[in-house]
Design a protein around this ligand. Sequence first.
Ligand SMILES: C[S@@+](CC[C@H](N)C(=O)[O-])C[C@H]1O[C@@H](n2cnc3c(N)ncnc32)[C@H](O)[C@@H]1O
Length: 399
Amino acid sequence: MEVTIERILPGGLGLAHAEGQTIMVALAAPGDRLRVRIDRVKGNVAFALIEEILTPSPHRVEPPCPYFGRCGGCDFQQMTYQAQLEAKSEIIRDCLRRLARIENIPDFQINAAPNPWHYRSRAQWQYDAVRQKLGYFESGSRQVCDVAECAVLAPELQNTLESLRTRMQQGSLRGSARDFRAVVGDDGISIAPPLNGKLADITRTIRGEAYRLNAESFFQANDGLVPQLIETAVAEATGETALELYCGVGLFTLPLARRFKSVIGVESDAAAVSFARESLANAGLKTAEVVNRDVGIWLEDVKRGDLSRLSEKSAAALRGPIDFVLLDPPRTGAESRVIAGVLGLEPQRISYVSCDPATLARDLKKLLAGGYALRSLAAFDMFPQTHHVEVVAHLESNS
Ligand SMILES: C[S@@+](CC[C@H](N)C(=O)[O-])C[C@H]1O[C@@H](n2cnc3c(N)ncnc32)[C@H](O)[C@@H]1O
């Protein structure tokens, strides 16, 4: 079947229509004329693979990585970097229009990564001890694609991958491990599971703030854009009381603690909470407190008036007006009860940091219906060569 790719959809597939069917094509570029083979059909959508590029899109380039197409890690290498940025902006607009039903989407910029290659300072590699493979899952499968050199890894992590590979070849890599995670710090690299001894805690300094973490912590993966992401997320935030939901190891908590009299962070991962508290203490920041609790449950506690997990000072702050809520949930977005809980607190401003425009749009729809206006948007290309994109949405109360 022959198709022309109209545009790139959320999820990264190319959209085409032919023979009365909607067709989604992997690894396509907008404008490509392709011969495709239908791989599977779901409802009224056919998913197809490229058999032949009949006329390449003007935005098409030769993917430089030898594993491209087999490795499930990157799905945008076939496009120029400019085309990747445009596709991501269109994906964001598409989600906001279709899923959030926003008519007047504010103009927004997508911040390009300073390095579209070799940017990843945190990575996870799959390990198949039986077949002696180390790399990433193949696309659409749980088979490990054996990757000797990865074009998006920071040089330090490429070295780490190589040393793990050497150990694998020498038979000294732990056979029971399913995967390895690694993160770069100012003071070395943390690898989980540790190769010998204890999991190493490291420090990463960003905008002058020193964050403690290790390879099991969530941390933003693209150093080149993190300072701008922080600046944008907390940009207009000042006042008495701020709430930060899904605060991780405290990436935004430290900058917020410098701007507000009282900051309450909420995070379910106990290790991340310890790191956030350690970094706040090291910085001498006493204005912030981090609660180890599921965000949805904690907001329900608060709604019932149960503030027992907070210090007297934070409990008193929470009884007063909330100036600012920052939320940065995982890819699945915020649960309905979290959105309901945030609305119940009636903050003046909300900053929603998201790594999935679809769940962001779903949650924005509820926040807009709950009395907030979308004031501005900013996008950050934290993950060049993939369809993933980070978005910050600023909302303000209509009342
Ligand atoms: C996208 S990360 C953001 C972390 C932090 N803001 C950062 O940028 O480093 C999401 C965080 O939410 C935490 N998390 C996930 N589900 C949660 C829940 N239901 N309640 C509280 N925290 C949760 C994860 O452990 C993770 O640290």
